[in-house]
Ligand binder design. Structure first.
Ligand code: PEP
Ligand code: MG
Length: 595
């Protein structure tokens, strides 16, 4: 408890668990200084020195960002660290600088207040824009504002915030620079007011294995630096001012969690094979190249989905062929001859890079998304395919096309690959012979005609994240209808069964790279339906492997039959919980898996 504060009542806040683990400790409230910007009236004599102070603050902020970028390059790689280019550009934006100076001169406003007001106006404009991408940039503005104001007031964070002891970092919103600038060895956990499962912070926290909860609403307003808290990244809760008894409970839960992880880690090197000898390909999904290096430690046999959008979302220009080639080559190299499935660009929907102009649409998820953009951006896809094919000679590459909806589309995509391979051949550049080409089955149309699609390609990969949203007509990012977003819906289970059957009829293997593949409760059903490949988030690999290794394929077949016989989500869910809790009492029996 912070010194001088009276004892507070224990409070529990519920959020979204984004990175598993438990932390108990003092909190550090990150980035609240700008809330205390005060308006002061300058005398005309103070104007020049105030402008000077502002210019200095801008320069210092630039130095900070250079330093952050260098750190980021080391931890998340040069390309991903380009996210800080946007911050530098904002600091150089003449409009922001000129308007601030004008306010200091004309309104006799103090520099911190003038600068905050200019940035607030810009932030309001961005937030009222239709574009989700623009809205997401307001996080960068917030970051810049905090940094510059910090320098004006002389309270800026150092490039790396070093904590004298381990802390739970509590923030209104966690920006990429926050995540990277924090002293990781002393960061116990993240607890964040805003954000969702796919926010930058969530992605980074998972990759960094820092227990994290987001969407907590008012944690950063309620707590002060030095207060004690508990983050439960398994259940998605934050407990403020915990009682002794609660701390004891969570210490024990943490020990159980460590033992659980330790137990699972013992099978990392063993194959994902059922007791009766059926081999399953267990691979991982990755978002950015740095993750590729660690997936073997988790026990994955390769990458089943490399989402290449990140490369395009973190920079203001389209990445060149050479930049992409180097990036893909590095990821492929890290696979050490294990297979890697590179998904071609799936932008549109909620992913809009600033480097290309996607028109504003009424229903972006039903509009220009994935391969639908390739017709208008021929050069962009051509460049990406050239980079992938050139890099393919360094390993075992498969190419996966997103949002396939018809036989015509998969044929078009194959023709693109052939054209690019021919171009490369004419330039005496080599690429992998007969590269494997797959289609994502993530819209109901392609699920229904999966046999026709399969006849055109080498494999299918079921994208349940979208298949659920399109089949059930439930926006995957809309919290109002989140309760209807149900992977256990009989319609989804039937579609999965049919896709696998149809793929097999055509002699192609079928994988799943949507999040449903990472759900341990449904693993037996998916095995029983004959799914050949599970591509799961890296942290889920050990648990899914453990389940695969403890079951028999034949028992999974009858289990899946039974589950497919239920007419409602409730029945499916009740049955899955009942059987899995009993069969895997040591795994599911406690509170170490979010159910
Ligand atoms: C999916 O839709 O299931 C999928 C894996 O793709 P994404 O989540 O990138 O849309
Ligand atoms: Mg998808």
């Amino acid at each position: 408890m912070a010194p001088g504060k009276k004892k507070q009542q224990q409070v529990r806040l519920d959020g979204l668990a984004v990175s598993p683990g438990i932390a108990i400790g003092p909190v550090y409230i990150k980035g609240s200084s700008i809330e205390y910007v005060e308006k002061k009236k300058l005398t005309p004599e103070q104007v020049e020195s105030e402008i000077e102070k502002f210019r200095h603050a801008i320069e210092n902020a630039k130095v900070d960002i250079e330093c952050l970028q260098e750190n980021a390059e080391r931890s998340i790689g040069e390309d991903n660290a380009r996210i800080f280019d946007a911050h530098k550009l904002m600091l150089e934006d003449e409009m922001i600088v000129d308007q601030t100076i004008a306010r200091i001169k004309n309104n006799l406003e103090n520099a911190d207040y003038a600068f905050s007001s200019v940035v607030d106006t810009l932030e309001a404009q961005i937030n009222s824009a239709e574009s989700d991408y623009l809205k997401s940039r307001s996080v960068d503005l917030f970051d810049i504002k905090r940094r510059v104001v910090g320098h004006i007031l002389g309270s800026a964070d150092e490039c790396i915030v070093r904590f004298s002891s381990a802390v739970i970092v509590v923030a209104r919103e966690l920006t990429p620079s926050d995540t990277i600038s924090l002293d990781r060895t002393n960061t116990l956990a993240f607890a964040v007011d805003l954000g969702g499962q796919t926010s930058h912070a969530a992605i980074m926290a998972r990759a960094l294995k820092v227990p994290s909860v987001v969407g907590l609403g008012k944690a950063s307003k309620t707590l002060s630096t030095g207060d004690e808290a508990i983050v439960d990244g398994i259940d998605g809760t934050l407990i403020l001012y915990p009682r002794e008894k609660t701390k004891r409970f969570y210490r024990q839960k943490l020990q159980r969690y460590h033992r659980f992880e330790e137990k699972l880690s013992r099978i990392r090197k063993l194959p994902a094979r059922t007791k009766d000898g059926k081999d399953i390909e267990l691979v991982a999904n990755i978002e950015f190249p740095e993750e590729a290096e660690s997936i073997h430690e988790e026990g994955a046999q390769g990458v089943g989905l490399y989402r290449t959008e990140y490369l395009f979302l973190t920079r203001s220009q389209l990445p060149t062929e050479e930049e992409q080639f180097q990036e893909y080559k590095r990821v492929i190299g890290a696979m050490k001859q294990h297979p890697i499935t590179i998904r071609t660009l799936d932008i549109g929907g909620d992913k809009k890079p600033s480097s290309i102009q996607i028109p504003e649409e009424e229903n972006p998820f039903l509009g220009l998304r994935g391969i639908r953009l390739y017709k208008d951006y021929e050069e962009m896809i051509n460049t990406q395919l050239r980079a992938i094919l050139r890099a393919s000679v360094y390993g075992q590459v498969r190419i996966l096309f997103p949002m396939i909806n018809s036989v015509y589309e998969i044929r078009q995509c194959k023709a693109l690959v052939e054209q690019v391979a021919e171009q490369l051949g004419n330039e005496q550049l080599s690429c992998q012979e007969n590269i494997s080409i797959g289609a994502m089955i993530e819209v109901p149309s392609s699920a229904i005609i999966a046999d026709y699609i399969a006849a055109e390609c080498d494999f299918l990969s079921i994208g349940t994240n979208d298949l659920i949203q399109y089949t059930l007509a439930v926006d995957r990012g809309n919290e109002h209808v989140a309760y209807l977003y149900q992977g256990y819906h009989p319609a989804i289970l039937r579609l999965i069964r049919d896709i696998v059957e149809k793929g097999h009829q055509q002699g192609v293997w079928v994988g799943m790279c949507g999040e449903l593949a990472s759900d341990p409760l449904i693993t037996m059903v998916l095995i029983g339906l004959g799914l050949d490949e599970f591509s799961v988030s890296p942290i889920s690999v050990p648990l899914i492997k453990e389940i695969i290794r403890r079951v028999e394929y034949t028992e999974c077949e009858s289990f899946a039959d039974r589950v497919l016989g239920y007419a409602s989500v409730k029945e499916v869910s009740t049955y899955l919980h009942e059987v899995m809790n009993k069969k895997f009492k040591d795994l599911f029996g406690g509170d170490l898996i979010h159910q």
